[in-house]
Design a protein around this ligand. Structure first.
Ligand code: UD1
Length: 418
């Protein structure tokens, strides 16, 4: 799937944000913790959500979906299905491991392989579950986990504040015997959202959003309902797109408190960002350089590093970007260079020397956020840009091209064979 973009039009108007992919996926996974119905409303219409729902069905859950609302009933779970197609398509499938193990005392899940943004191991998930009494081994490309008699609460220190490991262990701890402490936990707003659902299900979770998390296990959890929080990465992407092409957009529903680092960096680059009762108003000004390092929340999110790099390609001066979360997340630099950008990558650092113009050409998105970066570059490039690999973008952005069209961008989606 391709996206053709005629560059050079500022974005103007109002954008309605979707709810967060990274909140929706763990919320859905937590439905495995109870046999009662868990309902997630306002789900974003993205491929990763479809995938997670299919994985839950493969594991024996019954899913009823009406538009943006999905109700999951995980009464009789079944570990005999083939999870590999889902795990391969989406690493967040590993979030099923903790809930399955906690609920059934055993779990089976395909092992995620390599991924385009680095090796992304899951050693911290496994180490934490082992500390809670699980035996986990790898057999025929599958993780086989058992905890006869159930999981037991433990003190767990995470070597890195991994978002996925924090979520997996927090979910598992809800049904473990006794208390679990997770130190150096990730502090992302999506983790607070997950803790809200778990609490509504009857769990006892303290400290979500802080580095030290405490969960008191319960014998069982019950059904509940929740909505994912607004997508701060989608908001940040549209904010940077507006800033890059000197537009003027109201991001309806964007939460200032979730975007502090991004707002500050966009302001350093010359954008005006004004919080408004309805969300955030963004106006682009002349672009200037900035330096930044990606970090876990509340630092600058790695998921916005690629769009930020695309913006800095046309900023006055040289910028240094340090990617400290993932090891191999600069592939978009080579594609941006094909559009005239001047970028040098050395290990985890990239130096972007601003140029006056980018030129439209054919480029390929290797992953979700790289796709957003190339669309941003296309929106402010001279002439026509064709972005290949829109299927990556569709995994995590709901109808991004539709939203941009409503803001005045000239875009056309077409099949690669057309
Ligand atoms: C989540 C987000 C993703 C975001 C990332 C970092 C979801 C569904 N995805 O991914 O969009 O880019 O957080 O904000 O929420 N690591 C290990 N061992 C582990 C786990 C992680 O070494 O067991 C490393 C990873 O390789 C990576 C870093 O820790 O370098 C951060 O990964 P993590 O926070 O776990 O990211 P995800 O939960 O996979």
């Amino acid at each position: 799937m391709l996206l053709e973009i005629e560059g050079g039009r500022p974005l103007k108007g109002e954008a309605e944000l979707s709810r967060a992919k990274n909140a929706a996926l763990p919320l859905l996974a937590s439905s495995l913790l109870t046999e009662e119905e868990v309902t997630i409303r306002e789900l974003p219409g993205i491929r990763d959500v479809d995938n997670m729902l299919c994985l839950l069905e493969t594991l024996g859950a019954t899913v009823t979906r009406e538009g943006r609302c999905a109700s999951v009933r995980a009464v009789a779970l079944d570990l005999s299905g083939d999870s590999y197609p889902f795990v391969r398509a989406m690493r967040a499938s590993v979030l099923a491991l903790g809930p399955l193990l906690a609920r059934l005392g055993e779990a089976r899940l395909a092992l995620p392989g390599g991924c385009p943004i680095g090796s992304r191991p899951i050693d911290l998930h496994i180490k934490g579950l082992k500390a809670m009494g699980a035996c986990i081994r790898l057999e025929d490309g599958e993780l086989k986990a058992v905890a006869p008699g159930g999981l037991t609460g433990a003190n767990i220190y995470l070597d890195l504040p991994s978002v996925g490991a924090t979520e997996n262990l927090m979910m598992a701890a809800c049904l473990a015997k006794g208390e679990t402490r997770i130190e150096n936990a990730a502090r992302e707003p999506e983790i607070v959202n997950l803790a809200q659902l778990l609490t509504r299900m009857g769990a006892s979770v303290h400290g979500a959003g802080e580095s030290s998390l405490r969960v008191e296990g319960r014998p069982r959890l019950h059904g509940a309902q929740i909505e994912p929080i607004p997508d701060r990465i989608e908001a940040g992407t549209l904010l940077l797109m507006t800033a890059a092409c000197r537009g003027d957009v109201l991001l309806r529903g964007a939460k200032e408190e979730h975007l502090s680092a991004v707002i500050q960096k966009a302001q350093e680059c010359g954008a005006y960002v004004l919080p408004d009762a309805a969300g955030l108003r963004v106006r682009g000004g002349p672009l200037r350089q900035t330096d930044l390092r990606t970090q876990g929340y509340p630092g600058f999110p790695t998921d916005l590093q690629a769009p930020m790099m695309a913006l800095l390609c046309r900023a006055q001066g040289s910028s240094i970007l340090v990617e400290s979360v993932f090891e191999n997340r600069f592939q978009h630099a080579a594609e941006l260079r094909r559009m005239g950008a001047q970028i040098t990558v050395r290990g985890q650092a990239a130096v972007v020397r601003g140029v006056r113009r980018l030129y439209g050409t054919r480029v390929a998105a290797g992953d979700l956020r790289a796709g957003a970066a190339l669309i941003l570059a296309g929106l402010c490039a001279d002439g026509r840009t064709v972005v290949e690999g829109m299927e990556h973008v569709d995994r995590g952005y709901e109808a991004l091209d539709e939203k941009l069209r409503r803001l005045g961008a000239k875009l056309r989606r077409r099949e690669a064979t057309e």
